[in-house]
Design a protein around this ligand. Sequence first.
Ligand code: ADP
Length: 207
Amino acid sequence: MPIVEVSNLGKVYGSGSTAFAALEGITFSVEPGEFVAIVGPSGAGKTTLLKCLSGLMQPTSGSVTVFGKRVTRPPREVGVVFQDYSRSLMPWLTVRRNVEFPLGRAARRDPQKAARVDTALQSVGLADSHGKYPWQLSGGMQQRVAIARALAYEPSILIMDEPFASVDAQTRFELEDLVLRVKDEFGVTILFVTHDIDEAVYVSSRI
Ligand code: ADP
């Protein structure tokens, strides 16, 4: 039983003479436990597709369903890691507070939620950095905070939009291995966008 089903999806930006079809007739499905890479050059419509999948944007035609339910807003089961960690982390919050953020205001006093934050930070190797601010960390570490934040939310599906495009090559290799490890550890299904064919071949089970 697929957990994500994309059916004849289309997205048109603008209208009239400025209308531009970014996506047309996209159909595919994702089974639980898969690691699916979506590969294409800049401008191919990858981010548009992910925005429709994560409920951040409505398609112009077709549909997306997650666990059999049509996506009209961000589904609870989906976590997202964006490319630009410097804009997705909140600079005025510590690492720990950033990771707690999606769990709600009561997370700090809830021992179960606190344990989820601890586990996520530990999994990405940042247990010792919980009191630091994002701007005190390297780019690779900041992206690990963003990954921990998504994991603490315990999503069934993790959507990653070129998550390693802004880090150096060596950090990128480390983060690719980290994602493969946490995928098994947390049992998540991953949809991963990249323009890097080598990366897609290395991390995914299907492209
Ligand atoms: P990718 O992620 O593969 O680089 P995008 O999904 O960002 O591609 O963009 C696909 C196409 O849609 C590009 O040609 C881009 O210029 C266009 N596009 C993206 N967002 C908008 C928007 N908000 N308004 C108009 N055109 C857009």
